[in-house]
Structure formats: C-alpha cells, structure tokens
Ligand binder design. Structure first.
Ligand code: IPE
Ligand code: IPE
Ligand code: MG
Length: 249
C-alpha cells in the first residue's frame, strides 16, 4: 500500500466480479457456495477502497443476461442480495458509505426492490465512498432507455434536437451522478466487458486478473491500482504532449 501514489488514485473503480461459480465447482461445491464466498470479497474490497481513499466503486453483481441462469441459482442470488443488504447496511452506514443501485430494477421481485430503496434512502446523506451496485444491469438496455427518454423530451418540446450531446446523453444514463470509471477490473481470466458500462468505460484502463472473485482481496486491489498508476493515459494525444502537460505543441 505504501507504494501507491495517493495523488494519482483513480476516483472511480469498476469491477466485474467474475468466477464465483468456477471457484465453488473447483472445490466440489454448489455454485451458490461461490456466490456466498464472494460476499466476503465484496466486504474486504469495500473496506480497502475506503481505506485507500477511492471515491466511487461500482460492482457488477448481476446482469440482465444472468436472469437466464437456472432458476435455482437466480432465486438463490436474489435471497443472497436481499439478506446481504439487510445485514451489511448498518456497517456501511457507520462507515459513511453511500449506497446506490443501477440497472433495470423493475425486473427485481418487489421485496428486493424495497430492500434496495431502503438501503439507498438510509445512506443517502453519507459523504464517504459511493458504492454503486449494478444489479439486473445491461449497458445496452441503459443506452436504449436514454435514447427513449431524450426522444420523448424532444417530441414534447422540452428539449431541442441539438441539445442532444455527450453531456446530455451522460446525464440520461443511470450513472449520471458519478464520474466515468478510470479503472475497470475483471477477475477470473475472462477478457470481455459483458454488457457493462459500455459508454462510461470509453477511456478506462482495463485490468484483468486470473484470480477468482472469492479469492480477491485488498492486495489484489492494490496491485490493480499500481498497474493503473504505471500506465500513461494519453486520451488520443502523443506521449510528448502528455509530458508537456497536454499542451498542443
Ligand atoms: C460472477 O460469477 C457472479 C455473477 C455473474 C452473478 P459467475 O457466477 O459468473 O462465476 P463463473 O464465471 O461461472 O465462474
Ligand atoms: C458478468 O459475468 C456479470 C457479472 C459479473 C455480474 P458473467 O459471468 O455473467 O459474464 P459472461 O457470461 O462470462 O460474459
Ligand atoms: Mg461468470
């Protein structure tokens, strides 16, 4: 941790928490066992992010595509989400963490939605880490919703066509209150985005590790941030321009 450059921390880290099922199956256990173990990793990573001073942490917990998994796994995951939120919110609140949920939450069972709404309301005034859980989330769904919302406004006359730009599109996404992630981590050796924050990750640094999510700990997070800090983020410019502080020379 002492090797981290605290002046160059990513403000927002997004994580695709992958590999719970394989982790469990490798030990001869049911896939759900892996999801339960994964909650411990969430707790550890949230603690570490708070300690390091990360401002926004987005965790991909369940995609809209995940609804197509066997019913037993989906039901088990819903129970796990609701129970975990109920159990963890008091501690999160004590640690000044603000909870937010993004995704097609209308697809969730009503009791789950109620648990999310309560957790969001209870922690809404907190000023520490913003912990964003992507649940029943799909980036393509989110972009379609944004398009529909803006089209409706134009049709109703409350928005002009030329007011559709990157700023208003960003503001129409579920992530409108958060800056774009600078670092995206995916665990368990898969090199894909799986419908996660497609627009918001435009210039994120991507970090992939073979570590399965249930084994992911503070050290792994620090390793990812150190890797991030070793990279030159050029945003389309030349290395020379970056060393001159972005001047157009
Ligand atoms: C990630 O782990 C958690 C969810 C998608 C809910 P997986 O369940 O995808 O685990 P693997 O990829 O099958 O090992
Ligand atoms: C992505 O993982 C979704 C979450 C981590 C919640 P998946 O395991 O569902 O993604 P694919 O199927 O390997 O792309
Ligand atoms: Mg997976």
């Amino acid at each position: 941790m002492e090797n981290l450059d605290l002046s160059k921390l990513p403000k927002h880290i997004a994580i695709i928490m992958d590999g719970n099922g394989r982790w469990a199956q490798e030990q001869g256990q049911d896939r759900l066992f892996g999801h339960y173990q994964g909650v411990l990793s969430v707790r550890k990573v949230v603690e570490a992010a708070t300690e390091i001073g990360i401002q926004y942490l987005t965790l991909y917990a369940f995609s809209t595509e995940n609804w197509e998994r066997p019913e037993q796994e989906v039901t088990g995951l819903m129970t796990l989400f609701v129970d975990t939120i109920a159990k963890e919110v008091p501690d999160l609140h004590k640690n000044n963490i603000k909870l937010r949920f993004i995704g097609n939450l209308a697809m969730l069972p009503p009791h789950a939605r109620e648990a999310l709404d309560n957790a969001t309301a209870q922690t809404s005034k907190n000023t520490g880490l913003t912990l964003i859980i992507a649940l029943s989330y799909s980036s393509r769904w989110e972009l379609v919703e944004a398009a529909k919302n803006m089209a409706t406004k134009v049709k109703q006359g409350s928005m002009q066509l030329d007011e559709i730009n990157e700023t208003t599109l960003s503001a129409s996404l579920t992530t409108s209150d958060f800056p774009d992630p600078e670092l995206m981590i995916r665990t368990s050796g898969e090199f894909r985005i799986s419908n996660f924050l497609l627009y918001q990750l435009a210039y994120a640094e991507l970090y992939f590790t073979d570590t399965r999510w249930p084994d992911f700990r503070k050290d792994d997070l620090i390793k990812a941030i150190l890797d991030f800090q070793s990279r030159e983020r050029r945003f389309g410019k030349t290395s020379h321009q970056i060393s001159l502080n972005g001047e157009k020379k």
